[in-house]
Design a protein. Structure first.
Length: 79
């Protein structure tokens, strides 16, 4: 995962008609944004992203702030 560049964002926005979903996390120690951009944001994508975060920071305490969007409420994500 890397910081998003302006050129990358421009290319995504030029895709025309495709709805892009952003799942992101902020590393407070470095100020870098870790993210994934997908065409869907179901509970599976959210869970995969959380597992990626756990693998990147094993054994550390992670603080998750999630809105009330339905994928965050899925039983597999909440556990």
């Amino acid at each position: 995962m890397a910081a998003i560049s302006r050129e990358h964002l421009r290319r995504l926005l030029r895709a025309g008609g495709v709805s892009w979903q952003l799942i992101a996390a902020l590393d407070r120690a470095t100020g870098k944004l870790c993210y994934r951009i997908r065409t869907r944001k179901r509970w599976r994508e959210v869970m995969s992203f959380l597992k990626t975060l756990r693998a990147r920071w094993p054994g550390e305490k992670l603080y998750v702030i999630a809105g009330n969007y339905s994928p965050h409420e899925h039983p597999q994500v909440r556990s």
